[in-house]
Design a protein around this ligand. Structure first.
Ligand code: WTA
Length: 654
């Protein structure tokens, strides 16, 4: 196939994209899955006899202390996988490797201020065991929930693994979330212990983790201990009340810790994620199925080899940080990078320098970062020798073909396959992605499902749509790493994911398939937005806004943003007698930051006299989306009359 031309504006629409890049022959020759024939053979095998297929994969991927007899128990919409098996994820990530990889680097840590550390598999295992013993000494038992609110330091991985080792259920809260958001999640999870730090570094400033914890602690009645790691302060930490020193806790412990051999369906973690309504959902994943799929999908999608140095830039607070920063790479025994802070701080070429210095071979990041790098220009990456790179991955939001091409050409030197991976917190692992040695790629397409995964684009009645027609993306058969429930709210699990079409998992994403059967994601069809790769529910931002004393009503919608993918626009009506002012807009943005976190601050706040509603009182969001994206311009202040006129024109659509 001829080399494609450099992208032009006209080619930047996913609707007209028609370039195809077959995998480089040399890459395919060495790949785990090296041809489309191999891919299809596996896919067909899995489709024909799913239980035989998954049973074989589960035995290959994990060490099972007790074998399983039942591969799948499926009572729609509830699945149990590898039912009788017993295993331990920390054992599979660490102990299993020690005979051959004791001295191999597991984690290369790069702190924002420039501090560096390499942690071997042997050392990581000792740290995990010490903390696991420390948690046990605090009374944490199998099944207890432990909160994790840490910066991007190796101890974040240690914390997760220590919980897994003793069968405690971890719930990681992104360090960028506020005290209120932390408190809400910890209370919902019923966390008994919170693992945290004094702070973390971001763009030269300290993220005030301990200050947030102190604000939240009085309202987190179930939390008995907050264990504090020292990261950003000097001298002795002065701790109060329920706070304990991390170093004192682990120093007193032994290096060995008997793992808790848990049932396959024992809960592994709860991770809160945004939905279209109400408060965040605690997505629950269990041990066996999640582990099998995280291990297998990491090796296949990233074509991992013993000598790879793998860098996933996601924060541990998101699902990508769980499956593809911590668990997947460690189960495969590779060396991976944990990076703290912003990718462009203190220098705009910080990450290219890191790739060159550590000879990183696989990079997995988000389109929003790629677009930010693009803006900074080609010179920065070109200054560095990035010939160590052999594979590039993208995740979190649709990647526009222009960014895809830039990633491939400028970062990957036109020699590295690009894998655009589609998945969700709920799916636990990658569902749609090229296999880099097999799948010809098209810029902007997540291509095809992994073997064993059944995705379909369906209309509202559940019928498949034609080629290139838009519809909703469903996963039509159970898979090992699917979420098991919404923690504490089993009905919400059924309502959210299995009520559109019985027995079929509804993703909330729109998609189409092209004439080759490739999937093209078209964004959310519900009121969830992806802002700079962070998933947010517009309802959450709305409820943060209306909790402010001046606000009567709020509607938040997404609008396309060149850099962040989606930006947030809030339409706000004020209480009687409250005047509009730029200061109030600022105050409201700050208020949202305090209620949720900086990532949720609206890009624009518009005051309105009223919000357009249907006769039944539903806010006409589609209309507001049009107004927000400038399709209907009404100036800075959207008045009731303006919106009413528009509403009248468009009332048939909502
Ligand atoms: C979006 C992140 C297009 C999608 C792993 C999904 C994507 C939501 C892609 C899940 C992709 C993720 N192409 N869209 N490659 N990857 N998404 O739970 O809308 O934070 O439903 O999981 O991100 O976000 P979450």
């Amino acid at each position: 196939m001829a080399e494609a031309p450099r992208p032009s504006e006209a080619l930047n629409s996913v609707l007209v994209e028609n370039r195809v890049f077959p995998p480089p022959a040399e890459f395919s020759r060495r790949a785990h899955i090296g041809s489309m024939e191999d891919y299809r053979r596996l896919w067909d095998e899995a489709a024909k006899d799913p239980e035989a297929y998954w049973g074989a994969r589960a035995r290959e991927e994990l060490y099972w202390k007790e074998p399983f007899q039942t591969v799948l128990d499926w009572k729609p919409p509830h699945a149990r996988w590898f039912v009788e098996g017993r295993t331990n994820l920390a054992y599979n990530c660490l102990d299993r490797h020690l005979p051959q990889r004791q001295d191999k680097t597991a984690i290369i840590f790069e702190g924002e201020p420039g501090d560096r550390r390499k942690v071997t598999y042997g050392e990581l295992s000792r740290q995990v065991n010490r903390l696991a013993n420390g948690l046990r000494s605090l009374g944490v038992k199998k099944g207890d929930r432990v909160g994790i609110y840490l910066p991007m330091v190796p101890e974040a991985a240690v914390a997760m693994l220590a919980c897994a080792r003793i069968g405690a259920v971890h719930s990681v809260v992104f360090g960028g979330f506020s005290a209120e958001a932390l408190q809400e999640r910890m209370n919902d999870a019923g966390a008994k212990v919170l693992l945290t730090a004094d702070g973390g570094w971001r763009k030269g400033a300290v993220v005030p983790l301990l200050a947030n914890v102190r604000k939240a602690l009085p309202n987190m009645k179930g939390v008995e201990h907050a264990v504090v790691l020292q990261r950003t302060t000097q001298g002795a930490l002065s701790l109060e009340g329920k706070e304990r020193s991390w170093s004192e806790l682990v120093d007193a412990q032994s290096d060995t810790c008997e793992p808790e051999w848990v049932e396959s369906e024992h809960p592994l973690f709860i991770l809160y994620t945004s939905g279209s309504t109400g408060k965040p959902k605690g997505v629950l994943h269990t041990t066996g199925g999640y582990s099998v799929f995280a291990s297998l999908s990491t090796r296949w999608v990233f074509d991992l080899k013993e000598e790879d140095v793998y860098w996933c830039t996601a924060d541990v607070g998101w699902v990508t940080g769980h499956s593809y920063l911590v668990y997947g790479p460690l189960m495969n025994g590779v060396t991976s990078v944990i990076f703290e802070g912003a990718l462009t701080h203190p220098n705009a070429d910080r990450c290219w320098e890191l790739i060159a210095r550590e000879k990183i071979s696989i990079l997995y990041t988000a389109p929003t970062a790629i677009r930010a790098f693009m803006r900074l220009g080609d010179d920065l990456p070109r200054k560095h020798d990035m010939s160590s790179l052999r594979l590039l991955g993208s995740v979190g939001e649709p990647i526009n073909p222009e960014a895809w091409m830039w990633y491939r050409d400028v970062i990957g030197g036109a020699r590295c396959p690009v894998v655009d991976t589609w998945w969700q917190t709920e799916t636990g692992g990658i569902m749609l992605s090229p296999l880099p040695g097999a799948t010809p790629t098209k810029p902007g397409s997540a291509t095809l499902p992994l073997p064993g995964i059944h995705t379909e684009v369906l209309d509202k009645q559940g019928n498949p749509v034609g080629a290139n027609e838009g519809g909703q993306l469903f996963i039509t058969r159970p898979w090992p790493s699917m979420l098991r429930t919404v923690y504490g709210d089993p009905q919400r699990y059924v309502n959210t994911y299995f009520s559109e079409l019985p027995g079929k998992y509804f993703t909330g994403d729109g998609a189409r398939r092209d004439e080759d059967g490739y999937f093209w994601l078209m964004g959310r069809v519900d009121d969830v937005v992806n802002v700079a790769g962070h998933r947010l529910g517009t309802a959450e931002v709305e409820s943060a806004l209306v909790s402010h004393k001046s606000v009567a009503e709020a509607a938040v919608v997404g609008r396309p943003d060149e850099l962040k993918g989606t930006g947030l626009v809030a339409f706000v009506t004020l209480k009687k007698g409250v005047g509009h002012s730029p200061e109030l807009k600022k105050e409201l943005a700050t208020h949202v930051g305090k209620e949720i976190g900086a990532i949720a601050r609206p890009d624009e706040i518009r005051f309105a006299e009223g919000l357009p509603k249907t006769r039944s009182g539903k806010i006409m969001r589609r209309l507001l989306r049009d107004v927000a994206s400038g399709k209907q311009t009404t100036g800075d202040t959207t008045t009731l009359e303006d919106l009413n006129v528009l509403a009248a024109l468009r009332s048939d659509e909502d």
